[in-house]
Design a protein around this ligand. Structure first.
Ligand code: DHB
Ligand code: FE
Length: 313
């Protein structure tokens, strides 16, 4: 079929009515967005000659996606989170606020209200005896390299199965989730376990679509960070451990060259003792640079629905 109907008065009129342009009330911004999105959907149907069968498959897909709660898992797989980052980077550059440690996507698995401590935290609950002990440490500074005390470093990562506590109910509360306040020298140190990479639920809607695209749904081993301090730009970022099969092939497009860090195996007993350990461990160092700003909107993380956020956890 090669029919073209998008330019007809009938379709233009339909789109205006769909968006409520002929009605008082409602929200002008929403009307504008819905008009544009529905126009682009109609245009896609015309240009690609989408059949009714294909259309209804898509409708049922959206239904199932919502039912299993995977919309925020699919978004990064389709590059949407990365695209928002690209826009925020460009906005920062335009406002003269580029620099510091680069941002990368938050992902859908943050839980608010993790335990908070000064300088050091043990993040794992000690139940995974096969896990490799990780010492994760770093210095938080401003752009001139001046250490920043009292910055909040909010860290979360997966276990050795690639699963996150809270979403994986078999783990203890807040396992592998901690907030560490930097000490007077701007330093934070965590004792935890080396995480495994993450894979999308194999039977889920996200993986189903990725299969149609000939793509995998894997992320490299990674560790998430929110870093904040009043008068500095809030930082949402992650590190990806070097040497993972997926370090440069992340289905969620979160890897950035500056955020790939080495995990270094330490056998030296004296070094282990420094961290209160009596055996070998793997050290990961991640130094963080924050950018000063007086714009309060940039000092907080953006709003989105997060597990336990807004509750008194
Ligand atoms: C997804 C999972 C993650 O752990 C992450 O960091 C980003 C995205 C996801 O399932 O989409
Ligand atoms: Fe993650």
């Amino acid at each position: 079929m090669t029919v073209k109907t998008m330019q007809t008065a009938e379709v233009k009129d339909l789109l205006e009515k769909v968006a409520g342009f002929n009605k008082e009330g409602g929200n002008e911004r929403v009307k504008t967005i819905v008009h544009r999105v529905m126009h682009d959907v109609f245009q896609t149907i015309e240009d690609l000659d989408i059949t009714p069968d294909e259309f209804w498959q898509a409708v049922y897909y959206v239904n199932a996606l919502g039912q299993n709660g995977e919309a925020a898992l699919l978004a990064p797989g389709l590059g949407m989170d990365k695209y928002l980052d690209i826009r925020m980077d460009a906005e920062d550059a335009q406002a003269g606020l580029a620099g510091g440690t680069p941002r990368t996507i938050e992902g859908p698995l943050y839980v608010a209200g993790a335990p908070k401590s000064e300088g050091f935290a043990r993040m794992d609950d000690g139940t995974d005896e096969t896990a490799e002990t990780m010492i994760l440490t770093g210095l938080v500074t401003d752009e001139n390299g001046q250490p920043l005390a009292n910055a909040v470093v909010d860290i979360w990562h997966a276990n050795t199965k690639g699963a996150y506590s809270y979403f994986d109910q078999s783990q203890s509360e807040y396992n592998l989730r901690r907030r560490i306040v930097t000490d007077e020298n701007g330093r934070y140190t965590a004792r935890s376990i080396i995480p495994a990479g993450y894979g999308c639920p194999p039977e889920g809607c996200t993986q189903q679509l990725l299969n149609e695209l000939g793509r995998h749904g894997n992320r490299p081993a990674h560790i998430h960070f929110f870093v904040s301090k009043p008068e500095y730009k809030h930082l949402t970022t992650q590190i990806n451990l070097a040497g993972d099969e997926y370090t440069y092939d992340d289905f969620a497009f979160a890897t950035r060259e500056e955020l790939v860090v080495d995990a270094v195996r330490v056998e030296d007993a004296a070094k282990a003792e420094l961290f209160g350990l009596n055996g070998p461990f793997t050290q990961v160092e991640f130094n963080i640079q924050l950018v000063a700003t007086d714009k309060s909107a940039l000092q907080a993380r953006h709003e989105r629905k997060r597990a336990l956020e807004g509750e008194t956890a």
